[in-house]
Design a protein around this ligand. Structure first.
Ligand code: SF4
Ligand code: SF4
Length: 445
C-alpha cells in the first residue's frame, strides 16, 4: 500500500485540532519535559537519570546502582513488559498513539514544521505533483534543514541520558558519545525525511504482536457502521446522521488508511480521525461516527470492565512493584567482597602465628558528597589480629586493600575456621562470610 519496495507513496496528513489532539499535545509536552529536563536536573551531585555505561553504573534520583543490582534491572524490564501487556489489554494501542517516540516526535516537531514551511495537505500535494520550481526547492531545503536540526537535538537529548547533558553540550563528552549522537541523528533524519509511517507498518515488532495482547473488549478506534451506513453525500445523509463521505477521517490519517474499512494493523490509534469526524458531525447535530469503542461493544455484546487477563497482569504488576519497593527500602548502598589473594593459602610466621591474606573490596554506592567511614571487624576468629580497621571512601569510590589476618597457635583448633567480616558504616551493616586456613591436621586436635 505504501510502496516500501517500489516507489514511495507519500502520505499527506491534513492538520487537525480537537479534544484528543489537545490531550495528546499535553502528553507529548510532558514526555519532552522528561526527556530534556532529566539529564540536566542534579540530584545528589549527579543527573536525576544517568546511565554511565563505561563505569557500569546507573544514577537514578540520587541513588547509585551497579552491576550487582541487576535484579532491579530485571524487575524494571518485567514491569515494563507487563505494563505494556496490561495497558494494551485495556486501552489497545494507546502507546502507539500517545507515547511512542516515533509518534511523539512526528506530531510535535515534524508535522508542525512541515505545515509551517510547506503549508497544509492540499498545498503540499499540489507542489509535490509539479516540477522542481524555486518555490518548491527552497521550501524542501528549509524543511530538511529544520528536520536535521531537530534530529540532532533529539539525538543529543537521548545521548545525554548516557553521557550527561552538561558534558555533551559543552563539548566535554567522549568521542564515543558524539559518535552515537551522529549515528542517532542520521537515523532520526532518515526517519523524518523518508521513512515515517513505514516504521510502524514494516519494522515495529509491537504492531505485529499487539493482536495477541488485545481481546474483543480492548479499547480501539472504530467506525460506527450501524449509524454511519448507508453513506451518502447530500442533505438526507447529513440529517440522518449517516456518514456524509466527506473523507475528512481519511485525509487526516498519518497512516494513510480509511478507518471505515474496519480494524487495520496500520492503525496506531492516534485518534486524529475521531477529532476529524467530530468536527464534521457535531455541527450537524450528531455524535462522531469514529470513536473509541471495542469489538464487543460494536457487536452489541456486554463489555466486561474486569477480565481475567487484566487481573493476572494487574496482579503481576502489583507484585513486581511491591518487591521493588521492599528491595529498595532494605538496600544497603555499599558493596563488600572478601577474597583470598589468588594462589595463596596460609603461612606460619616465625612467632608461631598463622597468617592468611585476603583482598577486601568496598564500594560506596552512595552519592552524598561526604566521605563515608567503613569500620572492619572480625567475628568467629577469637584472638585474631587484622591489619585493616577502617576504610574511608568518597561517593561512588571503590577501594581494594590487602587484609592480613593472623591467629595465634593456641587459638587454632581446626584445619579451616569459618568466620565473618562485619563492615559497619552510617549507611548500614554488611556481613561477609570467609574461611581462615590453618594447615593444622584435624587428627592432632
Ligand atoms: S485510522 Fe484514525 S486512529 Fe488509526 S492511524 Fe488513522 S487517524 Fe489514527
Ligand atoms: S469524517 Fe465522519 S462523516 Fe466524514 S467520511 Fe469520515 S466517518 Fe464519514
Amino acid at each position: 500500500m505504501l510502496g516500501f519496495q517500489k516507489t514511495r507513496e507519500w502520505v499527506y496528513p491534513q492538520s487537525i485540532q480537537g479534544r484528543f489532539m489537545t490531550i495528546r499535545r499535553w502528553t507529548f509536552a510532558a514526555l519532552h519535559l522528561f526527556l530534556f529536563a532529566v539529564p540536566w536536573i542534579p540530584v545528589g551531585g549527579h543527573p536525576a537519570l544517568l546511565v554511565d555505561i563505561p563505569h557500569r553504573r546507573l544514577f537514578l534520583l540520587g541513588q547509585s546502582f551497579t552491576a550487582t543490582d541487576t535484579l532491579f534491572l530485571l524487575l524494571f524490564l518485567l514491569f515494563l513488559a507487563f505494563a505494556l501487556f496490561f495497558f494494551t489489554a485495556v486501552f489497545g494501542r494507546v502507546w502507539c498513539g500517545y507515547a511512542c517516540p516515533q509518534t511523539v516526535f512526528l506530531e510535535s516537531w515534524i508535522r508542525p514544521l512541515e505545515l509551517w514551511i510547506e503549508g497544509d495537505r492540499s498545498q503540499r500535494r499540489r507542489r509535490d505533483a509539479g516540477g522542481w520550481t524555486f518555490d518548491r526547492l527552497w521550501r524542501k531545503l528549509a524543511k530538511w534543514s529544520a528536520f536535521l536540526a531537530v534530529s540532532v537535538l533529539l539525538a543529543g537529548a537521548m545521548v545525554s541520558i548516557f553521557s550527561g547533558a552538561r558534558p555533551l553540550w559543552t563539548g566535554q563528552a567522549s568521542p564515543t558519545a558524539y559518535g552515537f549522537m551522529a549515528v542517532l541523528s542520521l537515523l532520526w533524519f532518515i526517519d523524518f525525511f523518508w521513512f515515517r509511517e513505514q516504521f510502524c507498518n514494516y519494522l515495529c515488532p509491537y504492531a505485529r504482536f499487539q493482536s495477541a495482547l488485545t481481546d474483543d473488549e480492548s479499547l480501539l478506534i472504530s467506525y460506527d457502521v450501524e449509524r454511519g451506513e448507508p453513506r451518502g453525500r447530500g442533505k438526507a445523509a447529513a440529517e440522518a446522521g449517516n456518514c456524509i463521505s466527506c473523507n475528512k477521517c481519511v485525509v487526516v490519517c498519518p497512516q494513510g488508511i480509511d478507518i471505515r474499512d474496519g480494524f487495520q494493523l496500520e492503525c496506531i490509534q492516534c485518534a486524529r480521525c475521531v477529532d476529524a469526524c467530530t468536527s464534521v458531525m457535531e455541527p450537524l447535530g450528531h455524535e462522531t461516527l469514529v470513536r473509541y469503542s471495542s469489538q464487543a461493544a460494536d457487536e452489541g455484546r456486554t463489555v466486561r470492565r474486569i477480565r481475567p487477563r487484566m487481573v493476572v497482569y494487574g496482579g503481576l504488576l502489583t507484585a513486581i512493584l511491591a518487591s521493588t519497593v521492599v528491595l529498595l527500602l532494605t538496600r544497603v548502598p555499599f558493596e563488600v567482597s572478601v577474597n583470598r589473594v589468588p594462589g595463596s593459602s596460609f603461612v606460619v610466621d616465625a612467632d608461631g602465628w598463622t597468617r592468611n591474606t585476603y583482598l577486601l573490596k568496598v564500594t560506596n554506592n552512595g552519592t552524598a558528597e561526604v566521605p563515608v567511614d567503613y569500620e572492619v571487624a572480625l567475628e568467629g576468629l577469637t584472638g585474631a589480629d587484622v591489619t585493616v580497621e577502617s576504610i574511608e571512601l568518597l561517593p561512588t569510590e571503590t577501594q581494594t586493600v590487602p587484609m592480613i589476618i593472623r591467629l595465634p597457635a593456641e587459638a587454632i583448633d581446626a584445619r579451616s575456621v569459618p568466620f565473618d567480616v562485619r563492615i559497619t558504616s552510617p549507611q548500614g551493616e554488611v556481613l561477609v562470610a570467609a574461611t581462615f586456613l590453618t594447615g593444622a591436621s584435624d587428627a592432632n586436635r
